[in-house]
Design a protein around this ligand. Structure first.
Ligand code: NAD
Ligand code: UDX
Length: 464
């Protein structure tokens, strides 16, 4: 196999940025250039204020940047110089046209692929890093081969990314596995070995799995669907717990002790968010339907339906508990990010929950330690139903204490560690009575809060 000396990564987002920064750190002999069309994003990557918040990322970038790690908007130059190109652009759910609401929008991916074909004057290994429907590599190959110059060969690999936001750097340092899919031809296997050698700089060989292209593409959708399915299962059970007096944490813990089930990813919540789970499951649903497998499509769609139900059920529970009306009442939402340790708000349950409260004409006070005020307004602008003027009914606070002042209900939507150690007694002093805490993440000490005087409502347990 060829020895990779120069890598280009197209797309400087949540995946391309951290992944290729870690490759640069772990492979000092490889020059890594991360490119993007978005000038502001590249400027931020080149500044002290990185465009994404991820524990440990600053240090990785500061160590490698300027040595063998570069961020640039000169897409063509980086493509032309590289022997291996990661395509790590966004593949959001289509908003219009055939498959709208389900299928992945592959426009960004195809534009990047065409650019590679147009600019390349030497052979390249092209790696699909973005999450894509099964057999997308085929379309990429056709585009590349139809547009290539004489003497240029393109080998396509699939190398899906399994990092989770908030733990991206530790996931990349010690991945459970690295998956590489290739065609089972000589040159396909050579390309696969070349990429495997890059990862082998820090990942043990037995964790680098090599499979066929289509298996690799499908594995990414399958992994996310199965992870999300566990959350929807536990959230479905949380509704039974609330109705019966069972406790979901106890049930999940005991079920997870069975080594066949395993303990991880069984935390009941307000519902899953993030840019991946819903998008990738809907993608799988669309794929199943296009393959004339309606029962399979229906099975996976239920995972997303249950998630919608959970978000709605939680919002309704707040309204019901506040004696069936929240009109004009002040409600604090603690946490806007879709999970702790990230500033990312894509598909965050907080957005749906806040909109539910707004449609009931509540006054909502939001606090999140990482999400910018600008982003919160953007999320509300994008999802507004125009029933209520959110600019009039929402305010954004600089601290949890400030957000909770005068609130009739405090609603925990994100499991930020700092919410555990808030001065809850002081918060209680500033709340009208009765003062309610709704713990959507099962993270607070219920007995302690009750001792202070709060009425506590927790997802997945019956007794208020
Ligand atoms: P993102 O939106 O943060 O980043 C994508 C970047 O690609 C953007 O900055 C955009 O400007 C750039 N881009 C788009 N078209 C381009 C082009 N033609 N040339 C140059 N740059 C271009 O997206 P992300 O969260 O990093 O996700 C990227 C892919 O990885 C998606 O397919 C996603 O499903 C997948 N993925 C995401 C995660 C995650 O945790 N976010 C995890 C695993 C896989
Ligand atoms: C996910 C996958 O974990 C990762 O492997 C893939 O590469 C991208 O998609 P991410 O969306 O970043 O990663 O975060 P994840 O930790 O999976 O959480 C997703 C959502 O599920 C969050 O809203 C989280 O709060 C929620 N969740 C997670 C639960 O509600 N309960 C759990 O037990 C775990």
């Amino acid at each position: 196999p060829i020895t990779v000396k120069k890598i280009c990564c197209i797309g400087a987002g949540y995946v391309g940025g951290p992944t290729c920064a870690v490759i640069a750190l772990k492979c000092p002999n490889i020059q890594v250039t991360i490119v993007d069309l978005n000038q502001a994003r590249i400027d931020a990557w080149n500044s002290d204020n990185l465009p994404i918040y991820e524990p440990g990322l600053d240090e990785v970038v500061k160590t490698a940047r300027g040595k063998n790690l570069f961020f640039s908007t000169d897409v063509d130059k980086a493509i032309a110089e590289a022997d291996l190109i990661f395509v790590s652009v966004n593949t959001p759910t289509k908003k219009s046209g055939v498959g709208a609401g389900y299928a992945a929008d592959l426009n960004f991916l195809q534009r990047a692929t065409r650019r590679i074909a147009e600019v390349s004057t030497s052979s390249k290994i092209v790696v699909e890093k973005s999450t894509v429907p099964c057999r997308t590599a085929d379309a990429m190959r056709t585009i590349l081969e139809a547009n290539s110059k004489p003497g240029c060969r393109f080998d396509i690999l699939s190398n899906p990314e399994f990092l989770a936001e908030g733990t991206a750097i530790s996931d990349l340092f010690a991945p459970d596995r690295v998956l590489i899919g290739s065609l089972q031809t000589e040159s396909g296997k050579d390309a696969c070995a070349a990429l495997a050698n890059v990862y082998a700089n820090w990942v043990p060989r037995d964790r680098i799995l090599t499979v066929g292209l289509w298996s690799s593409e499908l594995t990414k959708l399958a992994a996310n669907a199965m992870l999300a399915q566990r959350i929807s299962s536990v959230n479905a059970l949380s509704a039974i717990c609330e109705a019966t007096g069972a406790n979901i944490d106890e049930v999940a813990f005991a079920v997870g002790k069975d080594s066949r089930v395993g303990a991880k990813f069984l935390k009941a919540s307000v519902g899953f968010g993030g840019s991946c789970f819903q998008k990738d499951i809907l993608n799988l649903v669309y794929l199943s339907e296009s393959l004339h497998l309606p029962e399979v499509a229906k099975y996976w769609k239920a995972v997303v339906d249950m998630n919608e139900y959970q978000k709605d059920r939680f919002s309704r529970k707040v309204v019901d508990t506040l004696f069936n009306t929240i009109t004009g009442k002040k409600i604090a939402i603690l946490g806007w990010a879709f999970k702790k340790d990230t500033g990312d708000t894509r598909e965050s349950p907080s957005i749906s929950i806040c909109n539910h409260f707004l449609s009931e004409k509540a006054r909502v006070n939001v606090y999140d330690p990482q999400v910018t005020e600008e982003q919160i307004w953007l999320d509300l602008d994008e999802t507004s139903t125009n029933e209520v003027d959110h600019k009039q009914h929402v305010s954004i606070s600089k601290s949890a204490i400030e957000a909770c002042k005068d609130a009739e209900a405090i609603v925990i939507c994100t499991e930020w560690d700092e919410f555990k150690t808030l001065d809850w007694a002081k918060i209680y002093e500033a709340c009208p009575r009765p003062a309610f805490v709704f713990d959507g993440r099962l993270m607070l000490n219920r007995a302690e809060l009750q001792q202070i005087g709060f009425k506590v409502v927790t997802i997945g347990s019956g007794d208020v």
